[in-house]
Each structure stands twice: as structure tokens, then as C-alpha cells.
Design a protein. Structure first.
Length: 242
């Protein structure tokens, strides 16, 4: 079998896992994985929608479930190729040395939001959930419109370390690599939600078989321990082409 180069792009929380898994797959198969990274929404130059609109073609895309579903509807990702790879839970963070708020109860969570002058949340599935569901449901949407900022194109932890915010929200796996922050994982059960990261095959790929083989590897028990190491909950999913 000839050696192939697969173009793979991912957003957000699965990036760290892919950086570790791609070399393992390359060593195992002799194929080359060409990795790219970008946000799953927005109009930034390196965002996935912008790159696709400019004609870039990717063999495999790994995105938050809702974003991947939208790309399937738009015909960017082939139907019948969606595979869940990992679950990701939201967390909060403050700079190390700052007071760590108790966010474990809904009352404490709400009071902290109202008493924090600068809040940041990611422009990802968890950030959309916060701004469109959680904030309105607990009655803080009006205040958050003034004090909370959606972050595009970089991790919320880096915003914290630049002292541009005092409290940040993002998936745990994306906060985990940032030095100098304290991560708060215990959020109110009423608002905690698992977001699934999923893989799909680009509709314009000419390497469908190889794309299937790579996703099969990502969804395997062999890859699960590496996914767990990056702060995600591995999902060993059934495959639509099996």
C-alpha cells in the first residue's frame, strides 16, 4: 500500500490529543498526518469556516458535535461519517494566587458571576452554551452582556495570564496546559454538561479509505489512554463503515 498524507484539521479541546496521536499513527502505518488548527466558528483568517470558504480541502475534520453537524448540513463533511471520539466538560479558572471562588453550587456560581468585574469564555460549544443558555436561565444575562467577553482564536487561560480577565471558562482539556492558573472543575451539577468532539470525513477528499482508517484509530481502545491524558473522556464508538 502506498504511503499517504492526510490533511486533518481540528478545533479546540481535541488539539492536544491529536498532537500526541498523530505521531503514533504515523509510526504505526507509515502515513503522514498534516495537522492544522482553527476555531470552528467565526471569521478569523485561520478559522475553519474561512479556510473552507477559500477552497481548502481537508480529509478529516475533528470538531465539537454541533459544529460538525452544521458542516454535514452544508455538505462540507460527508454524511454517514460522524464518529464520537471524546467527551469534554467545562471548567473555570483563575490566576494562581488569586482567591479561588466556590462555584460548586448554583447560588455560589451566580454570586461569583455577578461580583466578578471581568469574565472571559471561549467561542466554542461550551461558550455558546454559557452565553445562550446558562446566563439567561439563571438571570444574569443582562449583567454578563457588560462584564463577560467571548474569546476567539486563543485559549481563555492565556487571557487570564495577560491579566485581561479575572475569571475564565473553557473546556477543562484546553485550560489544562496553561501554566500559572488554578482550574476549578467542580461546577454546579445543574449547569454542567458534556460536549462531544467528533470526527468526520471531508466531502471532497480523494482519500476516503485512508480517512476511515485514521478515524478508526482515533476511536479505538488503543488511542483511549492518550485521549484521557489530555483531560478528555475517551469514547470508543461504533464506526459507520464497519
Amino acid at each position: 500500500m502506498s504511503k499517504q498524507t492526510l490533511s486533518v484539521i481540528t478545533s479546540g479541546a481535541f488539539a492536544a490529543a491529536l498532537k500526541l496521536l498523530a505521531p503514533k499513527y504515523e509510526q504505526k502505518t507509515g502515513h503522514t498526518i498534516q495537522l492544522s488548527f482553527g476555531s470552528s466558528m467565526g471569521t478569523a483568517v485561520d478559522s475553519i469556516p474561512t479556510r473552507l470558504s477559500q477552497g481548502e480541502v481537508f480529509d478529516v475534520l475533528v470538531l465539537a458535535g454541533p459544529a460538525l453537524d452544521n458542516f454535514i448540513k452544508d455538505g462540507v463533511i460527508a454524511t454517514g461519517t460522524k464518529v464520537d471520539l471524546a467527551g469534554s466538560r467545562m471548567a473555570a479558572a483563575v490566576r494562581t494566587g488569586d482567591q479561588v471562588p466556590d462555584l460548586s453550587t448554583l447560588d455560589g456560581f451566580k454570586k461569583t458571576l455577578l461580583n466578578t468585574p471581568r469574565i472571559a469564555y471561549s467561542a466554542s460549544a461550551s461558550g455558546t452554551y454559557l452565553s445562550e443558555e446558562v446566563f439567561p436561565n439563571i438571570g444574569v444575562a443582562e449583567q454578563m452582556a457588560k462584564t463577560a467577553k467571548k474569546i476567539f482564536g486563543e485559549r481563555v487561560g492565556t487571557i487570564l495570564m495577560r491579566h485581561e480577565t479575572d475569571l475564565g471558562f473553557q473546556q477543562y482539556s484546553e485550560l489544562l496546559p496553561i501554566a500559572g492558573i488554578d482550574i476549578i472543575r467542580e461546577l454546579p451539577p445543574e449547569i454542567q454538561k458534556t460536549f462531544y468532539f467528533t470526527a468526520g470525513i471531508g466531502a471532497k477528499t480523494t482519500k476516503r479509505t485512508f480517512a476511515e482508517e485514521f478515524i478508526t484509530f482515533l476511536a479505538s481502545q488503543e488511542a483511549a489512554s492518550t485521549i484521557q491524558e489530555t483531560g478528555l473522556d475517551a469514547v470508543v464508538s461504533p464506526l459507520p463503515w464497519k
